[in-house]
Design a protein around this ligand. Sequence first.
Ligand SMILES: *[C@@H]1O[C@H](CO)[C@@H](O)[C@H](O)[C@H]1NC(C)=O
Ligand SMILES: *[C@@H]1O[C@H](CO)[C@@H](O)[C@H](O)[C@H]1NC(C)=O
Ligand SMILES: *[C@@H]1O[C@H](CO)[C@@H](O)[C@H](O)[C@H]1NC(C)=O
Length: 335
Amino acid sequence: MVTKLTLQLLLTTLILTTTKTSASVFNNVTCTNTKTFSPNTTFHSNLKTLLSSLSSNVINDVRFFHTTSGKDSDKVYGLYMCRGDVPFALCRECVGFATLKIPSSCPSSKEAVIWYNECLLRYSYRFIFSKMETWPRYKIEIPMGDPGLLQSRGFYAGLRSVLNELPKEAAVSLSGFNKYAVKQENASVSVTLYGLAQCTPDLSAGDCRRCVDDAVEELPKACCGGSIGETVLFPSCFVRYETYPFYQHSGASASITTSVNGGRNIPTHVIAIIVVLVVILVAISCIGCCLLWIKSKKTRKASDRENRNVLLSLTFEVNRCLGFITCLSGFGYED
Ligand SMILES: *[C@@H]1O[C@H](CO)[C@@H](O)[C@H](O)[C@H]1NC(C)=O
Ligand SMILES: *[C@@H]1O[C@H](CO)[C@@H](O)[C@H](O)[C@H]1NC(C)=O
Ligand SMILES: *[C@@H]1O[C@H](CO)[C@@H](O)[C@H](O)[C@H]1NC(C)=O
């Protein structure tokens, strides 16, 4: 009984803490306000269906998904895409956040797009699939950086080399497994530039290249207006560069493969094992504490008691302790 309740409590706590520690990084949400809908209309309910369909389809390593809901003039088109290198658990979490945040940020827009570091999600009243779109757009610049570096020729030479390569590589990547392109280049003896570009995989290679070309146009190519890290986000593609390896290109492929093959069972097993270990540890320390407490209480009275009585009341006290723990876990769990 105690173990079962404690286990449930710990499982809940563990799940809550693991989901809280890996929050997605929100960048921007843009609501297109030229067309709006009213609450409780068919469009509204189609949109709700669409968003729940998007979030429930983030399974089995599916990093891009598009679907529609409803028909005729109330039809809603929607899609999500995760950055190709992020572990799939973060992809799923990101899409989950996006489907909750987009309706609260854009409560009456018939079209919207939301960007996180890990994913993008958009919906519209019009057909948006396989179309290259570069508006709305959002740009992030890291405001600070070593001025010496930002005024050196080497930095812009390295940046040009990264940015010139990404449009072509992103287009080529669409026919490969990864669907995103990365490129790194030295910017000085001690600084390396890392770039990443990705298109929604429903684009043609030509459209992808044009999209990334357009995004790269927003970035500095010559001295000296640059910044040590920038991101350009479009509905159909994005580009980012930094002076640190922000993507997990080589290291991550193994963990991505694990989540593909393992499905959703492995994490549950791992969690179960951790929980059992934690429960055993907690139980041992609780009983230990109880015994110590009882012992210190008993030693004072031990002289005028028989051993059997001590043992009996010891059992009683242990039961009280366990009852107290059960109570605690019960309360924690009910809440
Ligand atoms: C998103 O970006 C647009 C365009 O830059 C800006 O007007 C808007 O305030 C931003 N919204 C949020 C929530 O950051
Ligand atoms: C929409 O429906 C909800 C729940 O059924 C209700 O509380 C709300 O008042 C309705 N809003 C409008 C504008 O009809
Ligand atoms: C970058 O710099 C490192 C160390 O200075 C060097 O080994 C490497 O060859 C350089 N890479 C390129 C592409 O120049």
